[in-house]
Write a new protein. Structure first.
Length: 202
């Protein structure tokens, strides 16, 4: 079993935990309190700004074969994923200019930026976000919400193009071959941050 596949197996229980979280369950039903989703949008927008920085820091260390991959991932995050947030912001009354990181967002981005000091370890640390959202999107798409705004969110993360980006990260992890125990520790810590992130400040 490849390292990335091994990490995914370890992460499945934490995906199930996320699916049971009230925020995710509300998105799945399409009846999540708008104030909660607005807060999540603001927190995730701030998170994604640092996520782009993480990709950029890893790109600086990447082998030539994957420099373009990481630049593409940074571009897709900034111009596509964040575009979804900007398009939803007016519909939910989100204010990205005045938003301030809550404790979960601050802890998660600090963890990712610190982990990105090492190429292979940084990839393992960020994989919970890529793989986790791709997995959540696929699961939620099995019975998508009828509420159109939440349906757009599910469609974004269940898109085959997003799944392909996730597979590229998996390939990079396997090729980088970080220490297995360290990769497990960082991946699971990232997954715990993913769970914590759904409890947003109100």
């Amino acid at each position: 079993m490849s390292l990335a596949a091994h990490l995914e197996k370890l992460g499945l229980p934490l995906v199930e935990e996320q699916l049971k979280h009230p925020t995710v369950a509300g998105i799945a039903r399409g009846d999540l309190d708008e104030a909660v989703f607005r807060s999540w949008l603001e927190q995730d927008y701030l998170y994604l700004l640092d996520y782009v920085r993480v990709f950029s820091r890893l790109a600086w260390q990447a082998p030539a074969a994957h420099l373009g991959d990481l630049v593409d991932l940074a571009h897709a995050t900034y111009h596509e994923e964040m575009a979804l947030h900007r398009s939803l912001s007016a519909e939910f009354g989100a204010d990205f200019d005045k938003a301030v990181k809550g404790p979960a967002c601050a802890a998660y981005t600090r963890f990712l930026l610190d982990s990105a000091a090492s190429y292979g370890e940084g990839l393992a640390a960020l994989y919970p976000c890529m793989w986790g959202y791709s997995t959540l999107g696929a699961r939620l798409a099995e019975n998508p919400p009828t509420e159109p705004r939440y349906r757009r969110w599910v469609d974004t993360y269940s898109d085959p193009a997003f799944a392909e980006l996730t597979r590229r990260i998996a390939q990079m992890i396997d090729e980088a071959a970080p220490d297995r125990a360290t990769a497990e520790r960082l991946f699971l810590e990232g997954m715990r941050h993913e769970v914590a992130f759904w409890t947003v400040p109100l």
